[in-house]
Design a protein around this ligand. Structure first.
Ligand SMILES: [Zn+2]
Length: 379
């Protein structure tokens, strides 16, 4: 168990016990409640056994936020209680049955909460609540400088998928989770040699949710986030390299890639699109666009050194959840198509991994150096 994501709470105090032991038939369940600490906010993820409608509300004296979940049962305790940090925006989380058919999760807030946002994710169904501290306020009075005002020192590498989630699969049996882990390890070694601090969201065959990946990067206050994936298409002739940054605007083909990487359906993406549209992406976007461009160019040219036919599919934009949840400039690279026989064959090899890793590393270092020059120039 790593220090982050950290389960804070959870007394899971049964505040509003109604008819304990008298569970009506036909309800879904709250299966887990997880809490992730972050320098600027705390994220609470309520996982359910199936989708449900819910409402949130804020109450004062003392300050608290509640989420009522319809047609849902909660069985306590979900976890043993743990100490929460005194300065966190959240004191504790309680959960219980509000009525026989409605579960209630209550977030007891520190008075310093400034605002919150709530959104839902699918597969499994989760309600995510972010509780923010007031702007300029931080938990320890030592919040790191914004990524745009500090040099690039710390990079988080996120090899996609893992464990029970194999990702894309080639007909020859090559799995995306293995291909991208090998690239991730090579990339880590290369970046460390170049003097960067490097963390991996996973360095073994491990299953992680998308919010766990982002939480690990956020808790490290990383300067950059690079998610590594391998592509798949129904058209087996499709091949090449593409790099993504986060955006709500996307075409049908991009939606397919995003849905696969998010573990959702294209229909479910429309919900995400609404959330994204309400956020200000502009600030981060400039940096992510540069990072994507630098990595993409280096990756394509490095792969062409060994595989001349490598096709440049360009830098694209799409609704990728893992990028949405990362606080720093974040990009996602698709190093090739496992659905294409020639690319799948080369992706099995160590040579491919080291070529891909070298290309991504070059792009990151170029971004680091350009960023350092811009800092000096005050731009
Ligand atoms: Zn993937």
């Amino acid at each position: 168990m790593s220090r982050t994501p950290r389960a804070v709470l959870l007394g899971v105090v049964m505040v509003l016990v109604v008819g304990a032991g008298k569970r009506p038939p036909g309800l879904g369940d709250v299966t887990d409640i997880r809490v992730f600490d972050h320098p600027t906010h705390t994220r609470v993820v309520v996982e359910l056994s199936r989708s449900a409608s819910y409402r949130t509300g804020v109450l004062e004296n003392p300050s608290r936020l509640y989420i009522d979940i319809d047609e849902t049962w909660i069985e306590a305790p979900l976890r043993e209680p743990q100490e929460s940090s005194e300065d966190a925006p959240l004191q504790q989380v309680r959960a219980g049955q509000n009525t026989l058919r409605r579960a209630r999760v209550v977030l007891d807030l520190n008075e310093r909460m400034a605002w919150h946002r709530t959104f839902r994710l699918e597969n499994p169904f989760r309600i995510v609540i972010d509780v923010y501290l007031p702007k300029g306020d931080s938990q320890e009075g030592s919040e790191p400088e914004n990524f745009d005002r500090r040099p690039v020192r710390r990079v988080v590498i996120d090899p996609g998928h893992g464990g029970k989630d194999p990702g894309a699969r080639a007909s020859g049996g090559v799995l995306e989770k293995d291909v991208v882990l090998r690239i991730g390890r090579d990339l880590r070694d290369g970046l460390k040699r170049a003097g960067l601090e490097v963390f991996m969201t996973r360095d073994k065959d491990l299953y992680l949710t998308l919010e766990e990946r982002a939480a690990r990067a956020n808790a490290r206050a990383a300067d950059l986030f690079v998610s590594i994936h391998a592509n798949a298409s129904r058209n087996r002739k499709t091949h090449g390299v593409e790099t993504y940054l986060l955006d709500t605007r996307y075409d049908r083909q991009t939606a397919r890639v995003a849905a696969r990487e998010n573990g959702t359906t294209i229909d479910q993406l429309s919900e995400l699109q609404k959330i994204l549209a309400s956020l200000r992406l502009g600030y981060n976007e400039r940096f992510a666009a540069r990072l994507a461009q630098d990595i993409h160019q280096s990756l394509v040219s490095s792969l062409r050194g060994s595989y001349q036919t490598t096709l440049d599919l360009g830098v694209k934009r799409g609704p990728f959840l893992v990028l949405f949840m990362a606080d720093m400039p974040a990009i996602l690279v698709e190093v090739g198509f496992l659905s294409n026989r020639a690319e799948a064959r080369r992706m099995k090899s160590k040579a491919f991994a080291s070529r891909a890793a070298a290309g991504i590393a070059d792009g990151i270092l170029r971004y680091r150096d350009d960023h350092a020059r811009r800092l000096v120039a005050g731009r």
